[in-house]
Write a protein that binds this ligand. Structure first.
Ligand SMILES: [Mn+2]
Length: 413
């Protein structure tokens, strides 16, 4: 990135925005403050059920995962937290891990429990975990979540994310109401043991790995359960966990209206839970989601700081670090564009039934090239002007391969 080119493009954009009464410096500081957590499982090449192709140099343990996020943080200045997955990331020495993370400027985002696998557990989750008809299986799954909370406490995390694979593959296999009841009761036990300054993020998903029914298929079911748990239980929106063409921005608005939005798992999707890079398929949808988030927070529906932000993607074909750089950039751009929306004018158009005008307001913001703003935020925070170029120029993957080996593979990936 030519620094002169950046200076000129930023100055031109600042001038254009200034003419509309928008202060570029304010936008830059808001973009700088917006940090997105990275999950430990995004750092290795993901697989499909058909195979996994290592990119080489992937982190082999928790410490190396932290190092990769430290590197991402240094380059982009857009992430300062890692989200761990138990049992894939059980720390041998929590204090040492906490210290290492602190030295890299990394904190611990919500902890993820895992009852979609039962490796090393005496009882099987084949027929479900928190929803299982066998109370001993449910107790085992509850106990696992409590262990995850304990590990999280030792690391300074403040949240537990629960995603359940529970459901059924064929009509008649499961009793819908009982499965929902058992799940709610199990979650109540977990919630009761959660520290008072923690939140429970309850994810939903319409299908996969179960294909006939899932116990928590949609935001409404998740919200119903959260309401029965308490104020600190909220709904987690994973962008890939919707049927095609679902109006996710409306879901976000509705949840904020009820103060029930826990946070996001960012990714993108063409058909289902594709885990594609955020912003790679539907950048306009991502922008509209941010419009609802900014509007909801500005109008006092739900506080911005009460919402958690995380990327949830896993790739088979890209260098995971390059992919995360792209995702962090795409999220920052969508956020920056949504900040440009003239909300006063939009409200006026809505009130006057000016459909064309309302669309123009959104398009005006969306079509603005905000890359100079995002770049300026990164530079001012001490990051790289062009992180992806830097990553390639400095041959970072090559040096990771030299250090960790060609077939390195993180646990659980
Ligand atoms: Mn997710």
């Amino acid at each position: 990135m030519n620094t002169d080119f950046h200076a000129r493009s930023f100055s031109l954009l600042s001038e254009q925005l200034g003419a509309k009464g928008i202060k570029a410096a304010e936008l830059v500081s808001r973009i700088s403050a917006f940090q997105i957590a990275v999950p430990s499982w995004a750092l290795g090449a993901g697989g499909t059920r058909f195979g996994r192709f290592s990119i080489g140099g992937e982190p082999r343990n928790l410490e190396e995962k932290l190092e990769d996020i430290g590197l991402l943080s240094k380059l982009t200045k857009r992430t300062d937290a890692v989200s761990l997955h138990i049992p894939w990331d059980i720390p041998q020495d929590s204090q040492a891990v906490k210290q290492k993370a602190a030295s890299l400027g990394i904190s611990f985002d919500a902890m993820n429990s895992n009852t979609f696998q039962d490796y090393g557990q005496p009882l099987s989750y084949k027929m479900g975990s928190l929803s299982n008809s066998d109370s001993a299986v449910r107790a085992q799954a509850v106990e696992h979540n409590l262990q995850v909370i304990d590990i999280g406490k030792s690391l300074g995390s403040k949240g537990l994310t629960v995603w359940l694979a529970d459901g059924s593959n064929f009509p008649g296999q499961a009793h819908f109401r009982k499965a929902l009841q058992w799940t709610t009761e199990s979650l109540k036990e977990i919630y009761a043991e959660m520290p008072h300054d923690w939140k429970l993020l309850l994810e939903y998903k319409p299908y996969e790995p179960n294909f006939y029914h899932t116990v928590i298929p949609d935001w409404g079911t998740s919200a119903l359960i959260c309401r029965q748990l308490g104020d600190r239980a909220k709904v987690l929106v994973d962008l890939g966990h919707h049927l095609p063409n679902t109006n996710i921005e409306q879901i976000v608005a509705t949840l904020m209206h009820q103060n029930l939005l826990a946070g996001f798992h960012f990714n993108d999707s063409k058909y289902g839970d594709d885990d594609l890079s955020t912003g790679s398929v539907k950048p306009y949808q991502l922008f509209l989601i941010f419009c609802e988030l900014i509007g909801g927070a500005a109008e006092g529906a739900q506080a911005w700081d009460s919402i958690s932000w995380m990327i949830d993607a896993s790739h088979n074909t890209k260098d995971p670090l390059e992919d995360l750089i792209q995702a962090l950039e795409a999220i920052s751009q969508a956020y920056a564009k949504a900040l440009l929306v003239d909300r006063e004018k939009l409200t006026q158009c809505q009130n006057e039934g000016d459909v064309v005008g309302a669309q123009e307001v959104l398009q005006e913001a969306f079509l603005t090239d905000v890359r100079p703003l995002v770049r300026e935020a990164r530079i001012q925070s001490g990051g790289e002007a062009a992180p992806l170029d830097f990553y390639r120029r400095e041959k970072i993957r090559e040096s990771l391969i030299a250090k960790r080996g060609k077939n390195a593979q993180a646990s659980g990936l």
